[in-house]
Ligand binder design. Structure first.
Ligand SMILES: Nc1ncnc2c1ncn2[C@@H]1O[C@H](COP(=O)(O)OP(=O)(O)OP(=O)(O)O)[C@@H](O)[C@H]1O
Length: 263
């Protein structure tokens, strides 16, 4: 469903992605994990064809790709209902005839139901909570039925309960509709119960595989180029960097996951 092969991207001569490669089978649920500035957005935008790589290839299986971009700010005064935003997702492409209005309305209603948004479909989108808005943006991205869905930090700025709800929703949609999900996050913990693959970015490079294969001290130490410990505590994973003058390496202190200082 998605093959990224030796993808390299530079901005003004600075390499942001360095031969990143991974592949995702259809229906997989993959976390794209990395600290701020590690290149997650650049990778997603490269898959969408919005960033031109200096090397490597991306193959998406030819179908449509749904995308939920980062930091959507919906103006509270925007006179659009939640259902209007979902309907706009149907017009995202200029090709083809528009659906007749009844079929269109049915498709929007079905999509609103699929993301459990029927109850607030007629409210102004700017008045909705962060979690409700995220549901609407997911519906907007899925209303044309893509089999690959990319989401850029969809859990940022949500409270803990909304994070759990959005993760459960995405997992259900991925399972029921065989949608391949690639979701970026700087904290892998909320995704641990659902992700079957992980792509971990650091230093422009990536490692990928199952969580058990990737989230290991030896693997992440090789990726970061210095010693990393992976600690499991109270069901959460902490990625810990030891060493450096202040006990923590500045690079990893930007929090790829949760960083704890070893005394
Ligand atoms: N269009 C651009 N021109 C120049 N530099 C860019 C551009 N886009 C991204 N960068 C740089 O590339 C690096 C990776 O940025 P990117 O947004 O992909 O990271 P990220 O992992 O998504 O970070 P965040 O979690 O903060 O969104 C950053 O140093 C950023 O400043």
């Amino acid at each position: 469903m998605l093959n990224v092969n030796s993808l390299s991207v530079s901005f003004s001569g600075r390499k942001v992605l360095d031969q990143v490669g991974f592949s995702l089978p259809q229906g997989s649920f993959c976390g794209l994990i990395g600290s701020n500035g590690s290149g997650k957005t650049t990778l997603l935008r490269s898959i969408l064809g919005l960033v031109k790589p200096e090397g490597g290839t991306v193959a998406t299986g030819g179908g449509e790709v749904g995308y939920v971009p980062q930091k959507i700010q919906l103006d509270p005064f925007m006179p659009l209902r939640a259902r209007d935003v979902v309907a706009l997702g149907m017009d995202g492409h200029r090709f083809g005839l528009p659906l007749p209005s009844l079929a269109r309305r049915r498709a929007v209603d079905a999509m609103l139901a699929a993301v459990d948004a029927t109850g607030f479909a007629d409210r102004r989108v700017g008045d909705l909570s962060g979690g409700q808005q995220q549901r609407i943006m997911i519906a907007h991205a899925l209303v044309r039925g893509p089999k690959l869905l990319l989401l850029d930090e969809p859990l940022a700025n949500l409270d803990l309960r909304s994070v759990a709800e959005v993760v459960a929703l995405l997992h259900r949609l991925s399972f029921e509709q065989r949608i391949t999900v690639l979701l970026s996050a700087h904290d892998m913990n909320p995704l641990l119960p659902v992700m079957d693959r992980i792509v971990y970015l650091a230093n422009g490079r990536s490692v990928s595989g199952s969580v058990g294969e990737v989230v290991r001290g030896s693997v992440l130490s090789r990726l970061y180029g210095y010693h990393i410990d992976v600690i499991s505590v109270h069901g959460r994973v902490l990625v810990v960097a030891a060493g450096g003058e202040n006990g923590l390496d500045a690079d990893i202190a930007c929090a790829p996951v949760h960083v704890a200082q070893i005394p």
